[in-house]
Design a binder for this molecule. Structure first.
Ligand code: COA
Length: 337
């Protein structure tokens, strides 16, 4: 089989302009800035406008990533969108994004594995390139979770925000994909799920909509426990597959679901705070978008240097989890320094 390397050639992100602060939530719910800040690390999150579907924010992030990579949409061979908040149940949001980018006809598909979406997508996109199927793939994580939230339920309403992050992956002399570990356990889907949204259960009624029963349901404590355990376990497997240790990680880029989850996992992995990328205070939990948004911000801030090892790790509904060890090599398509 033809085998080549893969690298990330460019990254970008976009958040809608609407902002929902903890002070706003204080006015809507029985909650406080103090509770939200200490229990989650969140201060504000962004909210898409009514006429701004997921494909619209994915499009903006995609343009930013293409510009960062110095590529045109026409250079892409395939589009992948990781999302659980698609424009429609079908067609795939990636198809709509392809049309917006002016490249209808190129293969396009969605990955629906909630907050683990970018980790799974990175593994799929890298594999498609490493095996020679495609030369250049655009991977976007884009979500509008605020549309699925019941703003009368304080235990979930405070957590979620909208945003999009994108990466252009391309064939390369150097191979930046070091290893991956992915997992899923669907034995208790109701630990984190969207009721009345599919073929399981009775058809949705006007009363369900009125009572907002078709919004995110979550067992917060259970998900918290699971998240910390799986982040640590998945990281250790990915590191061992890559033949490296936690000491070799330059940057930990975790899914941004709760500051306490990130801190607990980082502490166990003995990662100093300054090597952990965190932006949860400004965006809340943006599901599949959180990791590429954090990556794009870290890149734009000049933090990432060629040769750095990044450990991406995430978890989410499924329950699902995953970690990818990645060598950063964006500036040139040469040899690792
Ligand atoms: C949701 C989460 C922040 C709740 O924090 P917690 O410390 O576990 O809090 P608990 O659920 O144990 O609730 C503690 C108390 O705070 C209250 N509370 C919950 N939300 C609150 C809010 N927004 N404001 C004020 N009080 C709140 C609860 O009612 C409970 O009160 P009680 O003790 O009187 O019953 C936390 O469990 C979490 O982040 N879990 C993981 C969720 C996640 O990551 N989901 C996405 C996965 S991709």
């Amino acid at each position: 089989m033809h085998q080549t390397g893969v690298r990330i050639a460019g990254v970008g992100h976009y958040v809608p302009t609407g902002v929902l602060t903890n002070a706003d939530l204080e006015r809507m719910l029985d909650t406080s800035d103090e509770w939200i800040t200490t229990r989650t690390g969140m201060k504000e999150r962004h909210v898409a406008a009514a006429d701004e579907p997921t494909s619209a924010i994915a499009y903006r992030a995609a343009l930013n990533a293409l510009a960062n990579a110095g590529r045109e949409a026409a250079d892409l061979d395939c589009l992948i969108v990781a999302t659980v908040t698609p424009d429609y149940a079908f067609p795939a949001t990636a198809c709509i994004l392809g049309a917006k980018l002016g490249i209808s006809g190129k293969p396009a598909f969605d990955i629906e594995i909630a907050c683990s979406g970018f980790i799974y997508g990175l593994t799929v996109a890298a594999s498609l390139i490493r095996t020679g199927v495609f030369k250049r793939v655009l991977l976007v994580g884009a979500e509008e979770l605020t549309r699925l939230v019941n703003y009368k339920d304080r235990s979930t309403a405070i957590l979620f925000g909208d945003g999009a992050g994108a990466a252009v992956l391309e064939a390369s002399d150097v191979d930046c994909f070091l290893a991956a570990e992915l997992g899923a356990d669907g034995s208790n889907p109701e630990n984190l799920y969207l009721p009345l949204s599919g073929t399981a259960g009775p058809p949705i009624t006007p009363d369900d909509v009125e009572q907002r029963r078709n919004t995110i349901v979550m067992n917060g404590r259970e998900v918290f426990r699971f998240a910390v355990t799986k982040m640590i376990a998945a990281t250790n497997v990915a590191l061992s597959r890559a033949g490296i240790t936690a000491d070799d990680i330059t940057w930990l880029i975790p899914h941004q679901a709760n500051r306490r989850i990130i801190d607990a996992a980082a502490k166990h992995l003995e990662m100093p705070t300054e090597r952990v990328i965190v932006n949860i205070d400004r965006y809340g939990n943006t599901s599949a978008a959180s990791i590429p948004m954090a990556l794009s911000e870290a890149s734009a801030a000049g933090k990432l240097k060629d040769g750095d090892v990044i450990l991406f790790v995430g978890f989410g509904a499924g329950l699902s989890w995953g970690a990818v060890a990645w060598r950063w090599h964006m500036s040139t398509n040469g040899k690792i320094p």
